[in-house]
Design a protein around this ligand. Sequence first.
Ligand code: PMP
Length: 461
Amino acid sequence: MADQSHYAQQPRRVPQVNTKYRRIVTEIPAPGSLPILEKLRQYEPRSMSGQPPIIWDRAEGCQVYDAWGNMWLDWSSGVLVTNAGHGRAEIVEAIVNEARKPLLHNYCFPSAERAELTERLVKVAPEGLGKCFLLTTGSEATECAIKLCRTYGQTKSPDKIGMISFLGAFHGRTMGSQMAGGIDKLKGWIVNLDPAMWQVPFPDGYWVEDTSFDGFLASLKAQGVEPQQIAGVMTESYQGGNASFAPAEFMQKLSAWCKEHDILLVMDEVQAGFGRTGKFWAFEHYGVTPDLIACGKGISSSLPLSCVLGRDDVMNLYPPGSMTSTHTGSPLPVVASLANLDLLEKEQLTERSARLGSLLHDELAKLQVKYSSRLGYVHGKGLVASLHMIKEGRKEPDVDLAYRVVARCIDKGLMLFSPVGVSCVKISPPLITDEDQLREGLEVINEALGEVLDEGLQAQA
Ligand code: PMP
């Protein structure tokens, strides 16, 4: 897990940077930021201190600024949220107008804004998914999808409550979503894990070499699970931390198998949706249609909002008043999302992600060859990529190396968030980025990798 000690806490001299997109003029962390960092350390739980010690003061387009004259080119999208860019004027205006109206809250009482957004979201979902339930966080959306699966399963038979998900998956931090996740060390606190939640290997083709659907069936069999016990299968469309996709053939077989056994297929698009991978939904790469979609993050490019989209019969399982949330369709996030959807559409950001993504991945493939003994592989599609750092010439994750590369990029004015997979440097610029910015970011990664690896060699010598 992220640990503050991965980043220097005391200001250190770093080379000054001054380009069109990056500016580093102070020591890092900026001396002026220390009292704020200290206050956060004092009043927040330790768990919140995992990111590089940079105080975000404002963020616009593809740039993040602190209050001491530094500017970063953003390759984080603030954990894959700001697909349409940071602080877009159109989104700001929508929020300000709504705040001035004012309509700041309306609980589940109907609103025109909620009517418009649910219609818009259903229209961008695949045919057959006719309902949209708005929530606030991604964890709530996946939690809700689990609940819907289990309720649906029980309409078929009392024992049909099982959830299948994938090893390595992250679906959120609430109890159900965390149990459905596939990262054991995050689940220790639960102790009494639900005995009807099982995980199977995610066929990423690198760590898990067997990408056949037979492997999936064999894993269920080994765990003594029968299809009639299963209510739902949930997977991230690409596995988040690693940006890894399964083969399309695997997903197509999974989808057909789910249909055969009346099992709901849930795609967790919290991170992958809204154009990130060069398709509006990442599951489109597989040519499958899920029964439920859980999404969030890029849905608004800003304020907290998430939703579950799904089949009418599944989404209508609960009577009036029994599947709601205090902030369902909270007006400010809703209008932010509407403005965001306009931008994604008007600026054709999905297509842009596909186009620039192929440039990004071509260049990253060259870096992988150049640094192949430490950069095991690069996964991702469109404007998301993960660089998997490994121990010298061994297929073994090197978490420390990933942190060092991220820290060096921060020093150089390229904003990345801390490694979230085992050992990955995750790349996810806003989809409005341009070729010039991409090439500059790639050069920074190249320099950072080169320097960090050279230093490692010198330390050994
Ligand atoms: N699912 C996926 C695939 C995610 O990446 C995340 C967040 N990283 C979540 C669910 C949980 O979302 P939230 O943090 O908004 O609860």
